[in-house]
Ligand binder design. Structure first.
Ligand SMILES: *[C@@H]1O[C@H](CO)[C@@H](O)[C@H](O)[C@H]1NC(C)=O
Ligand SMILES: [Cu+2]
Length: 238
C-alpha cells in the first residue's frame, strides 16, 4: 500500500513536470551556464537563473509570479558583450501554440537589490505566429518544442550594466486560458554602447498588457484569425 501511494505521487509529479518546462541552461559568448532545475532552495549546481518555487504555469499577466516565475535571486552572474548571442535551452517543452518573448531589465545597482520593479522592462526579441491557423504549430513556442532552444541577440548599442534577461513562453494551447512560463537570469553586459530604450518600448511586469489583450486571451481553436500580435511593447533592437 505504502509503495503504491508513493509510486502514485511520484508518477503524478512526473506527469505534471512533463507537461511544463523552464530554461535549464544558457550558452552565452561560448560559455555554458547551468540554469535552475529544482525547486528552491536548490541543491543543484549554482546558477545564474533566479530560483523559482515550482513548475506550475502562471495564469495571469497580473500575478507577481509572472515576472521571474517567483524567482528573486541567483548566486551567479554571466557576462555578455552587447551584440552577442544568448541561447536559452530547455530540457523539455510540450506546447506548440503561443509566442516566445525575450525581455531585459536594467538594474539600478547590484543584483541583490534588483527586484524588477517599475516600467523598465523591454523586449529584445519575440516570435508570435508565423503562419495560420492559431491551432497550428507555426509559432515561436512551436520552434522551442522542436529545437529546445531559443537564441537572441543583445542589442549591440545597449549601455553596459547589470541586467535581468527574461525568457517568456506564453502557452495558448488551451483556449482562453493562457499559461505564462518565464524565468530570469542575471547578465552583466559589457561594451561601449550608450543606448537604452525609452517610452513606448518599456513596460512593467507584472501587468505588461491587459489580461484581456487579444494576444493573451486567445480562442485558439474557435477563432478564425489569421494574424496574431504578441502582447506588450514592440521589440527594441537598439
Ligand atoms: C524594489 O526596489 C526598489 C529600488 O530599486 C524599491 O524602491 C522598491 O521598494 C522595491 N520593491 C519591493 C516590492 O521590494
Ligand atoms: Cu505545461
Amino acid at each position: 500500500m505504502l509503495f503504491t501511494s508513493v509510486f502514485t505521487v511520484a508518477a503524478l509529479f512526473a506527469a505534471q513536470a512533463a507537461a511544463h518546462g523552464a530554461v535549464t541552461s544558457y550558452v552565452i559568448d561560448g560559455t555554458t551556464y547551468p540554469g535552475y532545475e529544482g525547486f528552491s532552495p536548490s541543491s543543484g549546481p549554482k546558477t545564474i537563473q533566479r530560483q523559482w518555487p515550482d513548475y506550475n504555469p502562471t495564469t495571469s499577466v497580473n500575478d507577481k509570479k509572472v515576472m521571474c516565475n517567483g524567482g528573486t535571486s541567483a548566486p551567479l552572474t554571466a557576462t555578455a558583450k552587447a551584440g552577442s548571442k544568448v541561447k536559452a535551452i530547455w530540457k523539455q517543452w510540450t506546447h506548440q501554440q503561443g509566442p516566445v518573448m525575450v525581455w531585459m531589465y536594467k538594474c539600478a545597482g547590484e543584483f541583490s537589490g534588483c527586484n524588477g520593479s517599475g516600467k523598465q522592462w523591454f523586449k529584445i526579441d519575440q516570435e508570435g505566429m508565423t503562419a495560420p491557423p492559431l491551432s497550428g504549430n507555426s509559432w515561436g513556442t512551436g520552434k522551442v518544442y522542436k529545437n529546445l532552444y531559443w537564441e537572441s541577440t543583445i542589442p549591440a548599442s545597449l549601455a553596459p550594466g547589470n541586467y535581468l534577461i527574461r525568457h517568456e513562453l506564453l502557452a495558448l494551447h488551451q483556449a482562453n486560458a493562457p499559461q505564462f512560463y518565464a524565468e530570469c537570469a542575471q547578465l552583466v553586459v559589457s561594451g561601449s554602447g550608450s543606448a537604452s530604450p525609452s517610452g513606448a518600448y518599456l513596460a512593467s511586469i507584472p501587468g505588461y498588457a491587459s489580461q484581456s489583450d487579444p494576444g493573451i486571451m486567445v480562442d485558439t481553436y474557435g477563432s478564425k484569425a489569421t494574424t496574431y500580435t504578441p502582447p506588450g511593447p514592440a521589440v527594441w533592437t537598439g
